[in-house]
Design a protein around this ligand. Structure first.
Ligand code: 5RP
Length: 234
């Protein structure tokens, strides 16, 4: 099975958690794209009734195109579930996110959700986080100073992410610093804590203790991995 098909199957499988009446956080990325398309299909063909809170302007645009009703997170008490992608997850279900530069809204939405379901292909499963450069959202003010401070804290190379038009600007008007730690983030909670002490760091793409279930797609199909310490444990 090719990667695109694997992503599609994982994205669709996660929709098993969704039923009418739910408020759903809608993640960002190419895997959860398939989840959102499937939710729209169920809405149109099976009468599913949900409202969504998007984690990025790109996801909001997709949901609007597909006719999924959206609400403002501030207008609802909580979300039943967020479904989102990940760049890496470790055996404790800790995540690196932010490859799509949406980590701040993704984290706010995940924190407002009663459960988090991740959709991924098997390239994302790792023993230790960090082969994927860690995305960190930083203020435009003194961004290079913050990059130097991050490099000092982590002891690795850190670069501001560039797109075709210069530095990447997030939906919140910030930049993304990518930290090339290598696979040695053994204590993600401590890494997150120390980075958040830097004033120019807005948020860190480490999601610690948030993910409850991963739908993991590989050559043998989709596997459901449940976090035994999570909120949807067996
Ligand atoms: C965006 C993210 C994405 O969820 C993550 O990059 C995974 O994306 P994809 O499913 O396209 O591999 O964190 O900020």
């Amino acid at each position: 099975m090719d990667v695109e098909e694997a992503k599609r199957l994982a994205g669709i499988a996660a929709c098993d958690h969704v039923s009418s009446g739910m408020r759903i956080g809608l993640g960002t990325g190419s895997t959860v794209h398939h989840t959102i398309v499937e939710l729209a299909r169920r809405q149109d063909e099976e009468g599913l009734e949900v409202v969504g809170v998007p984690t990025s302007e790109a996801t909001a645009a997709l949901a609007r195109t597909l006719g999924i009703p959206l609400v403002d997170l501030d207008d609802v008490p909580s979300l039943d579930l967020v479904i989102d992608g990940a760049d890496e997850f470790d055996p404790s279900f800790h995540l690196i996110k932010g490859g799509g530069a949406a980590l701040l809204r993704e984290k706010v939405v995940a924190q407002a959700s009663r459960a988090m379901v991740v959709v991924a292909d098997d390239r994302k499963q790792v023993d230790v986080l960090g082969a994927f450069p860690l995305p960190i959202e930083v203020t435009p003010f003194a961004a290079h100073t913050t990059v130097r401070a991050i490099a000092e804290v982590l002891g690795c190379e850190v670069r501001l992410r560039e797109g075709s038009d210069g530095l990447v600007v997030t939906d919140n008007g910030n930049h993304i610093a990518d930290a090339f730690t290598g696979p040695r983030i053994t204590d993600p909670q401590e890494s997150e804590r120390s980075l958040l002490q830097l004033a120019g760091v807005v948020q860190v793409g480490l999601f610690v203790g948030m993910c409850d279930v991963v739908y993991l797609a590989g050559s043998n199909g989709v596997e459901r991995l449940v976090n035994a310490n999570g909120r949807m444990g067996n």
